[in-house]
Design a protein around this ligand. Structure first.
Ligand SMILES: C[S@@+](CC[C@H](N)C(=O)[O-])C[C@H]1O[C@@H](n2cnc3c(N)ncnc32)[C@H](O)[C@@H]1O
Length: 331
């Protein structure tokens, strides 16, 4: 049977923006001008970025020079050491995934926003072998490999993923990165057994993906806020289990590539109300522009602490995708 034809295939993307999307995002961005900036940005192709993997190379500058010799124009990702944007050239295929350095694991192709959670996790420089980190929803492994780089193959790093079809790419990425302190598990994160054993946890939750329209334009056609409640239920369950598995004094991050409040600020609010021992820490990274912080939504005021301490990245501010991160400590 032939591939079903998309009846919107020839309709320009900007004409496919649903009224409900426009209504919600106009409300969040407050002014028409800011919404137009946002809209213009999400309809453009996103620049690529990568991280240099210090497990595989001790000389990042040498790698950068090799890539420049291959014609790549690099500019640093301000909030992550040894990470770069690679300028997008419309006339050439700038596919970082085809580079020799990628195959050798010397670079890891990763969204610049996706680098934020590991940067906030305060992985100590010197760690002992009993230091335990869990990545609860790990595939395809961007954040796991970044945390692994910081751990320098010390301690134990558990990469969990519920979807077994995603375990293959996860395994390949972890192996290529040269990580040897890894255990891969295939569990539903809400049901991971055990007690408070982890020093650090990354929860990069499954979400609606409304922040990644630049990378995945079909998201604009499938946008449906009715599904957000269901997503939030799963996100809250994952958050709860992650928190139960965290040691007292331990740190976890919660992140999504969504810009919808239900999956971000409102989800964190519900979680904090239920967990007295959870302290929201200031999530702050150098030179990350954070405009349009969300103070209220659909008539509901968002607690000031959440607005001020979490990271909400709008695509137009840093020329990236949209992203959200909260940093939580167990006290
Ligand atoms: C946003 S992606 C993770 C991306 C990954 N952290 C990275 O940086 O490469 C969310 C992942 O959560 C997984 N997932 C969905 N439900 C889950 C559950 N109940 N437990 C664990 N993982 C789950 C999805 O299969 C998906 O791989």
């Amino acid at each position: 049977m032939g591939k079903k034809k998309d009846r919107f295939e020839n309709v320009p993307l900007k004409e496919q923006i649903k009224p409900i999307f426009e209504k919600r995002f106009k409300e969040m961005l407050k002014t028409e001008e800011e919404y137009e900036k946002f809209k213009e940005c999400i309809l453009t192709v996103q620049r690529k970025s990568f991280r240099i993997n210090s497990i595989k190379t001790k000389n990042p500058e040498e790698i950068c020079n090799k890539l420049r010799e291959k014609g790549l124009k690099l500019s640093p990702v301000p909030w992550c050491k040894n990470a770069y944007f690679s300028e997008y050239d419309e006339n050439e295929r700038s596919d970082l995934g085809n580079l020799y350095e990628h195959f050798l694991g010397q670079i890891y192709v990763q969204e610049a926003t996706s680098m934020c959670p590991p940067e906030l996790l305060e992985i100590p420089k010197e760690i002992n072998d009993s230091f335990m980190v869990l990545d609860m929803a790990a595939a395809p492994g961007s954040k796991t490999t970044q945390v692994g780089d910081k751990m320098n193959n010390r301690g134990i790093l558990i990469a969990n993923e519920v979807d077994w079809t995603r375990l293959g790419p996860l395994k390949i990425n972890l192996e290529r990165s040269g990580l040897t302190n890894i255990v891969i598990t295939n569990n539903d994160g809400t049901k991971i057994e055990g007690e408070e054993i982890f020093d650090r946890i990354i929860l990069d939750a499954p979400c609606s993906g409304s922040g990644v329209i630049r990378k995945s334009p079909k998201t604009i056609k499938t946008y449906n806020p009715k599904k957000l409640k269901m997503m939030q239920n799963l996100q809250l369950k994952l958050l709860q289990r992650a928190f139960e598995l965290l040691k007292t004094g331990g740190i976890m991050t919660y992140s999504t590539c969504s810009l919808d409040p239900e999956e971000n600020e409102l989800c964190i609010e519900k979680f904090l109300v239920k967990n007295e021992g959870a302290k929201l820490e200031l999530a702050s990274l150098p030179n990350l522009i954070l405009n349009n912080k969300l103070e209220e939504f659909e008539g509901k005021t968002i607690p000031k602490e959440i607005t001020e301490k979490t990271i909400r990245i709008w695509p137009q501010d840093n020329d990236t995708n949209g992203f959200f991160v909260a940093k939580i400590r167990k006290i």
